[in-house]
Structure formats: structure tokens, C-alpha cells
Design a protein around this ligand. Structure first.
Ligand SMILES: [Zn+2]
Length: 143
């Protein structure tokens, strides 16, 4: 099946595999390109646990990366049987019939474990919606 992939597709997959950061696909200007984005930090200034990314998107000015379709990726948690620890990936979420999932893949666990690369981090701004004000009130009540 790999033989049907174009050089451009192979180049993107290779680029993603070797990127030191999380990557997202920008379809325009054509033919599109892969862009590295800084990994989110928690309010405590530590790299966010990968499984918390969907929640972080709801509360911060941060979106999950886009796959090669230009659509939001899906966070998947997998069990690595041999290591007895799970790993978290971002993958294509296209499920429409007649549409083929693309090979977009970020292994977040591996990315965060790798100390050799120069990874960028960023504390994204919080969104100020009512839900967050409620959370803030709860916090104040507890202290
Ligand atoms: Zn896709």
C-alpha cells in the first residue's frame, strides 16, 4: 500500500516522525505544510499529561493538531503490553464512508520522553468562559 503514496506524502510522514515538537498540518497555501507547535504547559508550569489535552483545548486558547485532511485529530490511549504502561497518540479521526484515514500520527508519550530534542513549551492563555469562572469559585471556597 505504501507504494501508492506520493513523494510529498512520504516527505510529510518523515518530517513528522523526526520533528522535535508536536506538529499540525496547514492545508493552505497549497500544497500545504507541516508546522511545529509548542507543547502545552499546565498552570503549574509542567508539561501537560497527554490524556488531559482534550480538556486543555476546552479551557485554553489551544486546539488539537489537524491531520492531513485539515481536520481535528483524535487522542487515543493505547496499552503497551510489554512495558505495562500506556502511550498516547494523536491520529486521523476521519470516519466518513468513502474517506480514507490519513497516516497522520504523533506519539505524544514518545515525544515527551525524548530528552535529545529541543522541545518547545507554552502556557496557552485561558479562555474566559462561564465554566471556568465556576471552577475558579470552587477553588476559592476550598482555600
Ligand atoms: Zn486525516
Amino acid at each position: 500500500m505504501d507504494s501508492f503514496k506520493t513523494d510529498f506524502e512520504k516527505q510529510l510522514i518523515d518530517e513528522q516522525l523526526h520533528a522535535a515538537n508536536m506538529t499540525t498540518f496547514r492545508p493552505y497555501p497549497f500544497p500545504g505544510r507541516l508546522v511545529e507547535i509548542p507543547y502545552p504547559l499546565s498552570e503549574q508550569g509542567r508539561p501537560l499529561a497527554p490524556h488531559r489535552l482534550p480538556d486543555y483545548c476546552r479551557t485554553h486558547q489551544f486546539d488539537l493538531p489537524s491531520c492531513f485532511h485539515g481536520k481535528e485529530t483524535k487522542l487515543t490511549i493505547k496499552d503497551a503490553s510489554e512495558a505495562a504502561e500506556c502511550y498516547v497518540t494523536l491520529e486521523c479521526n476521519v470516519r466518513t464512508s468513502g474517506e480514507e484515514p490519513c497516516p497522520f500520527l504523533i506519539n505524544l508519550s514518545a515525544l515527551l520522553r525524548d530528552d535529545d530534542d529541543y522541545m518547545e513549551f507554552c502556557l496557552y492563555r485561558r479562555l474566559s468562559d462561564s465554566r471556568k469562572r465556576v471552577l475558579h469559585c470552587h477553588y476559592l471556597l476550598r482555600t
